[in-house]
Design a protein around this ligand. Sequence first.
Ligand SMILES: [Zn+2]
Ligand SMILES: [Zn+2]
Length: 295
Amino acid sequence: MWVTALGPYVGIAALAYWTYTLPSGWKLLTVFALSYLAVGFGVTIGYHRMLAHKSFETYPWVEAIFYVLGCMAMQGPPIRWTATHRRHHERSDQDGDPHSPHLAGNGVKGVILGLWHAHTGWLLSPDKERTDRSVKDLIRNPMIRFVDKYYWLWLVLSVVVPFGLGLAIGHTLSFGLICVFWAVIVRISLMHHATWSVNSICHFFGYQSFRSDDHSRNNPVVAIISLGEGWHNNHHAFPTSARHGLRWWEPDVSWFVIWTLKTVGLAWDVRLPSASAMQQKAAGGSTGGAGSPAV
Ligand SMILES: [Zn+2]
Ligand SMILES: [Zn+2]
């Protein structure tokens, strides 16, 4: 599993080194890094912590920027993404969870099939569930409906913007196309892989800090590539928390962005678990009930 999970990163590192040796190659890599961060925060902050879990409040124009960036990740329109994710929390690792790695039987075969299903396979089977039941709050919001309806437009922009940047930087068509290769194709591949790793690896490998009624785990490697989402046991224990890396040694760059927004007055009502709530749910603790996965 680790070979599968980390293999693409080794390949991309080699490709990045080759690109670096090209004239203005570092500029290409800078555009790639910025697009990975911007679009990644669109998913981790916009889709996940704002839309799915309402973990803080902000101005509608700030919301709209994050949602449009999230669309550019090509993980589906925001309302459907949120419906699937809320269902994951409602039924985590139980029947009805759209992407649990624990529902494919026992033994080595069950583990392999389960991890495959959680990582990618679930996307290949049609989803029979109605999507509007758990997302009525989003459907009521005209701005969210607008972003959702024009999902295709944000995807077109996600290609046009890096192509334009490439043309402006390199002054040639081929430089524009290489820019699209890095800032669209490589970025989407790596980001999909990071998001899917949260579904698969973070319900299988890692440590549990809190009781959460499921198999969610904190995984430092996935936390780094997924911009903080890999602290997944913390997240299942406290789903509405804007901060997923809850200990000082658990880096969470998405939380750092939210903290910065709060510091400059662009975010408020930021939800965090209290010290006593964390103590009650601590794995191995003797007080308090097991955490119920809630949205
Ligand atoms: Zn999960
Ligand atoms: Zn979540």
